[in-house]
Design a protein around this ligand. Structure first.
Ligand code: UDP
Ligand code: MG
Length: 344
């Protein structure tokens, strides 16, 4: 089935009121200059600030801007998932709303995809000097770990700024996985790919929505979503503890036989603490995997769309009731020379 537009640009936004005007001011000229029909899918990830209302205002001037509002905050990767599901382009680009990924690079990505006839074009950061030292170090550690656990094809400079063909997006949309980490899943699929390098800029306004706790969550999801090797840690620790126990039993028996059984508080204390700690850690590891199985077996939707401006039958949370989006008024404006295509 032919897609409605050539390009969909998916942008998850969480409390980006301060950044959204800057973002639109740079994204629009970059896309208008492409000469292809496009839509921008702004996914509002349950923002508590005025992101949605500002987007709705901007939409009046820019009909290609489509707002998909989620019912609550579900996190960056899941918001991205909602955007990929909603996107209707032949090519789909995912980009952050804070202008850390320059929108001008989208044109290069599209050109590279066509020129080299590939399914994925990764935006590769040639320079991260604008990130804080903490961010650089934690990101470095994350990619080092992922390359060892997941596979050598994990690029340490590829984030979520990438272009994907319809074929890739369809595969991603069919994944039953509860919390896919796209930067690892996409390369693992083995589609043909190219790279476009860019300089990571500073966040234009507002602050990072990735505190340490979310980074830790992403790391756990990345590991447990791709590898069962941590479970082997439990096996090896168990084996090691067993061998240690055998030695301790022998010394215990010898001590009992020779009548030297009074001292021993320290060794008992240490052994109890150590074994307790190791056991809890292994239980925790198991729990992470069981948790994923649990979430998958529940089969609950990872996100719920409150409204999508491309469909008229959903409720608008700001107006408190259903809204009618004037679909006839919405047109896709590609290059001025090209024919206009209705969006829905
Ligand atoms: N984001 C989101 N939901 C969240 C957290 C972040 O949709 O719960 C969006 C955010 O608005 C931005 C992108 O994900 O467009 C990347 O977030 P951010 O720039 O804060 O992360 P960083 O660049 O600091 O890693
Ligand atoms: Mg950012």
């Amino acid at each position: 089935m032919p897609q409605l537009v050539t390009l969909s640009v998916v942008t998850p936004m969480f409390n980006e009121r301060e950044a959204v005007d800057h973002f639109v001011a740079r994204l629009r000229p970059a896309l208008d200059g492409l000469g292809d029909s496009y839509e921008v899918v702004a996914v509002d990830d349950g923002s508590s600030d005025a992101t949605v209302s500002r987007l709705m205002q901007l939409r009046v001037e820019w009909p290609q801007l489509r707002v998909v509002a989620l019912r609550r905050n579900v996190g960056h990767q899941t918001a991205l998932r909602a955007g990929l599901k909603a996107a209707r382009g032949e090519y789909v680009v995912s980009i952050d709303a804070d202008l850390q990924d320059p929108p001008e690079v989208i044109g290069d990505m599209l050109a590279a995809a066509r020129r080299e006839n590939v399914d994925v074009v990764y935006g590769v950061r040639s320079d991260r000097s604008t990130d804080t030292a903490f961010k650089r170090n934690t990101a470095g550690l994350y990619y080092w770990m992922m390359r060892r656990l997941v596979g050598p094809w994990v690029s340490d400079q590829a984030g979520d700024f990438r272009l994907m063909s319809r074929a890739v997006v369809d595969v991603l949309n069919d994944l039953p996985e509860p919390r896919p980490v796209y930067r690892l899943v996409v390369p693992s699929l083995g589609f043909s790919s190219a790279e476009v390098s860019y300089v990571r800029e500073e966040r234009v306004a507002g602050e990072t929505k990735y505190p340490l706790s979310r980074m830790i969550r992403l790391t756990f999801d990345s590991i447990t979503g791709f590898s069962a090797s941590p479970l082997k840690i439990a096996t090896w620790l168990g084996l090691l503890s067993f061998l240690l126990c055998v030695v301790l039993i022998v010394t215990g028996l010898v001590a009992w036989g020779t009548g030297a059984t009074v001292p021993g508080w320290t060794s008992l204390y240490i052994a109890v603490l150590l074994l307790g700690g190791v056991q809890l850690m292994c239980l925790g590891l198991l729990g992470e995997y069981v948790g994923r199985i649990y979430a998958a077996s529940q089969g609950r939707p990872a996100f719920l769309v409150a409204f999508d401006t491309a469909t008229s039958s959903t409720a608008h949370p700001l107006s408190g009731g259903p809204i009618t989006v004037d679909i006839d008024a919405v047109e896709l404006v590609g290059h001025p020379d090209r024919e206009r295509a209705p969006i829905a």
